[in-house]
Each structure stands twice: as C-alpha cells, then as structure tokens.
Ligand binder design. Structure first.
Ligand SMILES: [Fe+2]
Ligand SMILES: [Fe+2]
Length: 496
C-alpha cells in the first residue's frame, strides 16, 4: 500500500531516466500481449499475415500508438499525483505486473470462454489493495481502455456492440469493486463483495446482450458468463495477493491484520519480554485507529504502526518505566548514558522491524515517532549535576521527524497516552489540558515540518484524543516538570 506525501523528494536525472525506461519496457510487454491475443485468435500464420497485410498493418501502428499513449498518461498521472511512487522500481513493477497479469487472464478467458467472462475488475482490485484507491479508479479506466483497444484492433471480426458493452461493464464494475472492497478488513468479506460485483456485471451483460432474434437461453448463458467473471476476479485476486505480498513485501490490509495478530513473532516477544510496553502499545493502537479514521487515513495501518512503534524497547525492556517493577536501572546510570539507551529505542525499533522483513512503513514510524523531541527527564537530571549550560540537542532524539500523517498520529497518540497516564487527575478537563499542551509543544518544536498534515487535521486528532483518552486509566509515575523554560511539556519522553 502506497501513501502519498505531496512534499516530493527532489528528482535527479537518474530518476527520470530509470522510471521512463521501466515504463517503456512495460509498454513493450503490453504490445507483446496484443500479439498473444492475435496469435490465439488467428494462429501463427494468421498473425504473420495480420502484421504484414496492408489492410491490417494500420491496426498494428494504432496498437503501438494506443499502448504508448496509455503508458504515457499513466506515467504522467503518477508523476503529478504521487511522484515519489515512481522513484522506486518495485512500485512501477507492482503496478504494471498487476495490469499485465490481469490483461493476460482477460485474453485467455476471453478467448476460451467468451468476452463477458473476462475478469475485468481484477486489475482495479489488485491496484486498490497493493497501491491505493485513487490509483485503482484511474488504472481501472486505463486498463479497460487497453482491453477495448485490443478488441477493436486485434479482433476485427468482433461484434462492436458486445465490445463496447464489455468496455462499459468493465469500467462500471471496476469502479464499483474499488468502492465496495476499499477498507474491507477481512478476506472473507471481500468474497461477499464479489457476489455484488457479479450481480452488477450480470445486469450489464444482460442489457448489452439484447439484440433482435436472441433466445432466452443465449441471454441466460451471457448472464452466467458475466456472473462467473465477477466471482473469478475475486478468486484470482485472493490467489495473487499473497504472491505479491511475499515477492514485493507489499502491505495490504489483510497482511496488516496478520502481523498484528498476538501470535505473530515480534508481538508475542513484546507480550513476554516487555508486557508494560505491550499494554501501552495496545492503548496507542486504539487511539491511533480512531484518529486515522477521523482524518481519512487507513485505520488498519495506524493500528499496526502503533503495535510496532516501541519494538526497539525489546533490546533493554527493563530500562523503560512501564516494564519496571520497583528497581530502576537508571538510578545507577549517568544521565548521558540513560539518554543514549532511551534515544536508541527508536533506531533499534527500525532495525528490528527491518530485520524481520516487515513492511518498511512500520520501521519508518518506529524511527520517527519521537522525531527530534528532547528527553526532558534526563536533561533535567543532568542539569542537577552541572553548573554550565547543557545543549538540549545532546538530550534529544535523533529523528527523523514524522514523514507521513500516520507517523504524526502515532507521535501524538503516543505522547498524549503517556502524559495522561502519568496524571492523577484524569477528568475530561485535565485530559484536554494535557493533550493541548502535548500538541502545542510538538507544533512549537516543528515536529510536523516534514509531513503534509494540515492544522485542521491536527485539530481533529487533538479532539479525537481528548474524547478517547478521557476514559483511559493507568497508573504512571509522575516525573519532574521540565526546567528548560523553552518547553512547557509534560515529561513523558522517557516513558513512551
Ligand atoms: Fe510509545
Ligand atoms: Fe517510544
């Protein structure tokens, strides 16, 4: 799953050349699929005659123009909408392999069992679950344009009404599938949606099959074909998704649900080795899910990121308040060393998540969830032992700052949860005061300068956190307030 960040990274000449080259290669593969269709339809000799005959040679030229135009439009769409998407070869491969596989299946099923049996919604669904829903709507239109172009250019003896009928059915049911399946959390529910898609496809097939002299039996046959097409799209989708997830380490809602299972490797380690951190992550996951829903981000992704945000604490769990029972190892450590241990949990989390081949966004959120915030408790402690000025940077997290909205949500939910837990008075007014202070401090310290979250969204998150946290209670030790007058934060950085 790809998430947009409109603050694009600067592009180098190499990015242009590599991304264009890949799209050209995929355009050639698609033209090869046009040839497969012609060979299936007319045989090997028929194909040679088709590309050499003056009457049909124009179709070959048109096919080249159509395929390259569609690939160019697709490239431009991503360049202007999700530019960073094009900088990773994996993304371009996932996008075009989804198109090519769907196209190949449509060719095979169209040839052997009829034009209305083609799984026209498959491509849109793959792009929906592997990239995002806006891309899926766009790619659905491009895919069906490719398909209708192939019908018109390679199979000149096709009935035009049926070809157009298939095009309209493909576009409409593809769009419908995107909206029905978007944010459906379980694979079994997606099958349920498959029936609705199949019914819609059948209705369109019925309308477009009506012609003078057609028998009831013919109509029923076409309806059955279209119904099969709707269902087969879902069946093939479910078979292909795990392959994409495995080969490309892709993130789908289903994979996210699996990796947040309490029996998954890292989560069960967290439960066993750092139970306090696990409980904290559970509360943050509930908060993050609500915040993500409120601002239109993916709640399942936010939940997964919350589960993994403190995974770095697995390295020295007893050095974090929530896992301590009486003794505190920091009592015997210099504040500089304590700072180092606390600071490292962000980068350790990044390394642990990457080592377990989990999706990169989880690792990024683990590294970014404290941004460049100061670790105030140990800064305050160090101040007690020194007469000179201390540099707050030496007692701050190394960053980077949150680069996505989900990362920003985790930073706020994490900070607010820890701060509210540390309060004795958790009335709604007090919770609101604490949350407001945390949000204001993060803003003052410019923690959201690297992501495209808006002030309106931060306000929505703030209100959502106040509502959710008003009912969350856990005892926490209260630490000294910050002594540096530049910050009025609640001291939670050691604990979260
Ligand atoms: Fe945390
Ligand atoms: Fe943390």
């Amino acid at each position: 799953m790809f998430f947009q960040n409109k603050k694009y990274k600067p592009w180098k000449k190499k990015d242009f050349v590599l991304s264009i080259l890949q799209v050209v290669i995929h355009a050639i593969i698609l033209l090869g699929l046009f040839a497969v269709e012609t060979v299936l339809d007319k045989g090997g000799n028929g194909f040679i005659a088709f590309i050499t005959d003056e009457k049909t040679l124009y179709n070959v030229v048109y096919a080249v123009i159509v395929v390259f135009s569609i690939c160019t439009i697709t490239y431009l769409y991503y360049f202007y909408e999700y530019r960073d998407f094009l900088t990773r070869a994996k993304n371009i491969a996932v996008l075009f392999i989804s198109i090519e596989l769907s196209f190949l299946l449509c060719i095979i099923m169209g040839h052997f069992s009829g034009i209305f049996t083609r799984p026209c919604t498959l491509c849109a669904l793959l792009v929906l679950l592997l990239i995002n829903h806006r891309s899926a709507v766009f790619v659905n239109l491009m895919f069906n344009t490719l398909l209708v172009s192939m019908d018109l250019l390679c199979q000149v003896d096709f009935e035009i009404a049926r070809v157009l009928g298939s095009f309209i059915t493909g576009v409409v049911t593809g769009h419908l599938a995107v909206y029905l399946v978007n944010n459906v959390g379980s694979r079994i529910k997606v099958f349920g949606m498959g029936f609705i898609i199949a019914i819609a496809a059948s209705l369109f097939a019925f309308v477009f099959s009506l012609e003078p002299g057609i028998t009831i039996l013919d109509i029923l046959f076409v309806i059955a074909q279209a119904f099969t097409s709707g269902l087969s799209s879902i069946v093939v989708l479910m078979a292909l998704l795990p392959i994409f997830e495995y080969i490309f380490n892709m993130l789908t809602n289903y994979r996210l649900s699996e990796i947040t299972d309490h029996k998954s490797k890292l989560i069960s380690r967290l439960i066993e080795e750092a139970p306090g951190t696990f409980q904290h992550s559970l509360v943050v996951s509930t908060l993050a899910e609500t915040c993500a829903t409120a601002i239109g981000e993916n709640p399942i992704l936010a939940r997964a990121c919350a589960y993994y945000h403190d995974m770095g604490k697995l390295k020295q769990p007893d050095h974090f308040t929530e896992n301590q029972h009486g003794s505190n190892p920091h009592d015997d450590l210099a504040p500089e060393l304590s700072t180092q241990i606390i600071r490292d949990h962000a980068t350790n989390g990044y390394d642990i998540i990457k080592k377990h081949h989990l999706p990169l966004i989880l690792a990024d959120v683990a590294r970014e969830h404290h941004g460049t915030l100061p670790i105030q408790y140990f800064y305050n402690k160090a101040l007690k032992y020194t007469e000179g000025d201390l540099d707050i940077k030496d007692f701050s997290y190394a960053g980077p700052k949150p680069s996505t909205k989900v990362s920003a949500i985790i930073m706020l939910a994490d900070g607010c949860e820890a701060a509210v837990r540390a309060q004795n008075d958790r009335s709604r007014d007090k919770v609101a005061k604490v949350v407001n202070a945390i949000v204001e401090d993060r803003l003052k310290l410019e923690q959201f300068s690297d992501c495209d979250i808006t002030m309106r969204e931060i306000d929505i998150i703030r209100n959502s956190l106040i509502d959710s946290l008003s009912g969350v209670y856990h005892e926490r030790v209260q630490y000294d307030k910050m002594k540096d007058k530049r910050f009025n934060m609640f001291d939670n950085s050691k604990k979260s």
